[in-house]
Design a protein around this ligand. Structure first.
Ligand code: SF4
Length: 288
């Protein structure tokens, strides 16, 4: 906990405007929060109040360190949807539990919430699109020692027969998923708190974003892959266009590459030639 508090203090000293704690998508805080993952028998396991103790203690410690006038937001899952992919550990945290965590975070002094989904990363709902198989194998290679189930998951991606099952489990919910996949759950959280609520979920269409905000589903959206595909997306919106001429296809090839290659869009279908794709990716090394 002290390390989080000290890091937050350093970020303020360094002149940052604020920080976000990543408490969703399977990272450390999720491993405490999620009923599908947390098997502890002490005061950090069992009921939701125990599973949320670590995150809330860190939030209070950071707030005490940085003061009340420093932006602190937390990214959480509205719900885990653990059984979208893992059939052996239940569904994890429900939306009702996500709402409760959101209310506790507000009471603990958090300035804004950032709503995501999925008990791990990658997860069929995050990011939507096909299973980035190579990335999954590489990710789990790094995580193997983090627990018994991580090794079983690694084997399921690695071995041919179970890889086919993994692909099927991943793909079965995809037709139901779309841009703004988290909006309905985000609205439920927004209605339960008074602080601003941001939503992530493949946003890249101005009319979709405008409607989400004006309908009260969220106070703003966050964007990742569509900005990798079109780094000038805000300028495209400002010009009046509803979306980019070559939008992100949600192919997830960037996830497969990101651990070993420069960050960029690797969907060749979005470029005139393979060479044009490589040239754009390598622009990251240009000085100007
Ligand atoms: S590789 Fe490009 S098109 Fe595919 S998901 Fe990533 S940014 Fe989107």
């Amino acid at each position: 906990m002290g390390r989080f508090r000290e890091a937050a203090g350093r970020s303020r000293t360094a002149g940052m405007d604020g920080i976000e704690l990543h408490a969703s998508n399977g990272y450390l805080f999720t491993q405490f929060l999620s009923s599908a993952i947390n098997k502890r028998k002490d005061e950090y396991g069992g009921p939701l109040a125990n599973r949320a103790r670590f995150l809330l203690d860190v939030v209070r410690a950071i707030r005490a360190e940085v003061g009340d006038d420093y932006h602190l937001q937390v990214k959480i899952n509205a719900a885990d949807h653990h059984d979208d992919y893992f059939l052996n550990s239940g569904k994890g945290n429900t939306l009702a539990e996500g709402i409760q965590v959101a209310q506790w975070l507000e009471a603990a002094g958090v300035d804004a919430l950032h709503i995501s989904t999925g008990s791990q990363f990658p997860h069929p709902r995050n990011p939507i699109g096909p299973l980035p198989a190579e990335s999954a194998v590489d990710t789990y290679t790094a995580m193997i020692r983090s627990g018994r189930l991580s090794f079983l998951n690694y084997l399921s991606f690695r071995l041919l027969p179970t890889r086919a099952l993994a692909r099927w489990l991943w793909a079965r919910k995809q037709p139901l998923l779309r841009e703004g996949v988290n909006l309905a759950e985000c609205r439920a959280i927004k209605e339960a708190v008074t602080i601003p609520v941001l939503c992530t979920g493949g946003f890249q269409t101005a009319s979709v974003i405008r409607r989400a905000i004006s309908d009260g589903e969220c106070d703003g959206v966050t964007i990742a892959r569509p900005l990798i595909a079109n780094p000038d997306l805000p300028i495209i919106f400002a010009s009046g266009a509803d979306t980019a001429s070559r939008p992100c296809t949600y192919c997830n090839k960037c996830l497969a590459h990101v651990l070993t290659d420069p960050l960029g869009c690797y969907d060749e279908s979005r470029y005139d030639t393979y060479e044009a794709m490589i040239e754009e990716i390598m622009q990251i090394f240009n000085e100007s």
